[in-house]
Design a protein around this ligand. Sequence first.
Ligand code: PLP
Length: 399
Amino acid sequence: MENFHVDENGYYGEFGGAYVPESLKVCVDNLASQYLKIIESKEFQAEFKQLLKDYVGRPSPLYRATRLSTHYNTNIYLKREDLNHTGAHKINNAIGQILIAKYMGISHIIAETGAGQHGVATATVCALMDMKCSIYMGQVDIERQYVNVEKMKMLGAEVISVTSGTMTLTNAVDAALEAWIESENNTFYLLGSAVGPHPYPDMVARLQSVIGEEIKAQLLEQTGRSNPNYLIACVGGGSNAAGTIYHHVHEADVNIILAEAAGKGVDSGMTAATLTLGTSSIIHGYKSYVILDEKGEIAEPYSISAGLDYPGIGPMYANLVDKKRVEIQAITDDEALAAAFRLTRLEGIIPAIESSHALAVLENTKFKPEDVVVLTVSGRGDKDIETYLENVSRFAHVK
Ligand SMILES: *Cc1c(COP(=O)(O)O)cnc(C)c1O
């Protein structure tokens, strides 16, 4: 099988790369020249593994969901990233990157955040490692995400309001990148997903690959085989999916299904279905599929889920789609909501609305009774309770 991981030039097939201005290229190249040596060092691995175990609570369980399996007449195992400290997979990456910053001798972390989940994960690890933390956030998002903003401040972070453009995530990314350039290698830009210029997509995938490493070992222990018939995950930028499939993507007997957010429907104009609708283009310093409007500009994405509401997608997925290695399902808001209520009622697990997109794949796919299906529950639903309550009456009959 061909290589689906990054090549020596920072590309996945024709996607990826580092499309950044010269001033930013210095920062990116500096990171690219150091990250692999650091990640592969014994000292880093020991410290990373220790924190994942004692601070995050890893390994996260691989749980055979008995009632869900009966419901779909197959064998479903849930990878429980929702049980991690801070409630999602994002902490794996945040801990890994802050350790890389430490090994590079940097003690000021900058990051951008949209809904605030990545900002909270970053502020958390900055408190843990006693590092200065500056979070760039659009003013509109600051007003919408009051609780996460207060959490970041409580954790000791400085939240910097960005008032350019639409005052949302894209502008926050630009402001954070500008701050990175101006700092002349005295800050570390902690990116939250498998996106951005090389080496970020590969670095994030490697740090999240602990998910797939555990799946292999846990599945072997529980079923006598380390390869499932299906691996399923949701993709926003693609970090939890990258971790889930990292160690299985070159195994031809493993089918991979990824759920992206269709929003109100792929043809509705209110969608974030990048892999279904996207055009090859450059966004935030890398080449991938991007949703463009009629003018050829980056479209404003929409999804009920803040974590999947992004107009680009990690470059590895553009390549995996082109090479037909993965199946993509675009899941609507309502399909995700139904899946959330179903999991809650069948298993007593309230999933994050992002994860519910992956769970909806179970409803849309025909499995054999002997199939083994592994699905990553990327986060817990506490942060989405308001969304669920607003919709509970419409989904009263879901089983
Ligand atoms: C942020 C987030 C996502 C989307 O990010 P990826 O990088 O695609 O994994 C998915 N699920 C949860 C719970 C999140 O917080």
